[in-house]
Design a protein around this ligand. Structure first.
Ligand code: SF4
Length: 368
């Protein structure tokens, strides 16, 4: 007998789970069958094509990603929640507003770490399932923290469709949405998936600065600025540095050009538990001055990234990214900040600094 069938009276178990998820501050909730299928299987082809780059952890636990029952035997339903991000009142004024040039940080990353913001609420939801179902429910929670294809299950759960930019798009509020999943042994009726509304649009494919989409719905992460600035260790390939522009952590281009994001009004959403506000960028990450980033040492970096997702790039990665952005700015006011790294003991940063100096001096030479 399904868990849903145990609930004869209205509201149903799924209604009550949905109400609890919304009361906990999530904007969307849906249910997906926890089975493998053609949608989960595409991951194997993507890995085989080498698009995961250095993200070896994806390959290491690919069996779980392909089939959630390998991750959790007995799993029946995956509950998926979505939380839109962006501050209610727009971005705050950045620190030191007159200092230029500036770097850009992906909109999800400049506030409190989304893992922290979502996971406590998700665990509360998971704990509430047993009381709602009237039996002990097995549940495991993940916020981008386990071998689960969140986007595939979000699409199955009717949270949105997976767009040509490979992100989950809600027809009302777009794709700037963080996802969390709970694997459960609850046997629930799956939600109805949404139709794909990308149509003939290809704005994200054309706007991507690094041509990271070899074809619609397929991302070559090795070319994606979000990957090179966050996940990639070591050097940023020479031929990819100019593509990075002023991004120092992540990239939002394929989302910013998407028409489904341009019509969004996240600020109108209720936020009684101030989850969204906690995700809004802190002033020091709203548009950080490159000179300030380049002046960070490991200690000041550690203070500045504390509690944010920006720490994932590590100290060396963030400074490397800032050097590339400094080179792309061609701004001579950054010369001394860059020279410090060119003379430093970190050979990786010294090489990126020499490259940045070459860009700055080349620009000056051509303007003389
Ligand atoms: Fe789809 Fe266009 Fe949005 Fe890309 S920009 S995800 S093609 S609607």
């Amino acid at each position: 007998m399904s868990d849903q069938a145990q609930s004869h009276s209205s509201p149903t178990l799924t209604d009550r789970i949905e109400s609890l998820a919304l009361a906990l501050g999530f904007d969307r909730v849906g249910r997906a069958a926890a089975s493998s299928g053609p949608d989960t299987a595409r991951f194997a082809d993507w890995l085989h094509r080498g698009y995961a780059g250095e993200m070896e952890y994806l390959e290491r636990r690919s069996a779980e990603r392909l089939d959630p029952s390998v991750l959790m035997p007995g799993v029946r339903t995956i509950l998926v929640v979505g939380l839109f991000y962006e501050p209610r009142e727009g971005s705050p004024e950045p620190d030191n507003a007159n200092s230029r040039p500036r770097g850009r940080v992906a909109a999800y990353a400049g506030g409190e770490d989304y893992h922290t913001v979502l996971i406590d609420r998700l665990r509360t939801l998971a704990e509430g399932l047993s009381a709602l179902a009237g039996r002990r429910v097995a549940a495991r929670c993940y916020v981008d923290t386990g071998p689960v294809q969140e986007r595939v299950f979000a699409a199955r759960a009717g949270i949105g469709w997976v767009g040509k930019n490979t992100l989950v798009i809600d027809p009302d509020l777009g794709s700037k949405m963080l996802l969390g999943v709970i694997l459960t042994d609850l046997d629930l009726e799956p939600s109805v998936p949404l139709n794909d509304h990308c149509g003939t649009c290809r704005a994200c494919l054309d706007a991507c600065p690094s041509e990271a989409f070899p074809e619609p719905y397929v991302l070559d992460a090795t070319r994606c600025i979000a990957y090179t600035t966050i996940e990639k260790r070591g050097e940023i390939p020479l031929e990819q540095r100019s593509d990075q522009g002023d991004w120092v952590f992540g990239c939002d281009v394929c989302q910013d050009v998407c028409p489904w994001n341009r019509k969004r009004r996240v600020g109108d959403l209720p936020d009684p538990l101030v989850l969204r506000e906690r995700l809004g960028p802190r002033p020091e990450w709203a548009a950080p001055a490159l000179a300030e980033l380049l002046a960070l040492d490991e200690e000041t970096w550690s203070e500045r990234v504390r509690g944010t997702a920006v720490k994932r790039a590590r100290y060396q990665g963030l400074i490397r990214n800032a050097l590339v952005a400094a080179g792309n700015s061609r701004d001579p006011s950054l010369r001394s900040a860059v020279v410090r790294h060119a003379r430093g003991s970190d050979s990786l940063l010294a090489e990126h600094a020499r490259w940045a100096l070459g860009q700055i001096e080349g620009a000056q030479g051509s303007s003389n």
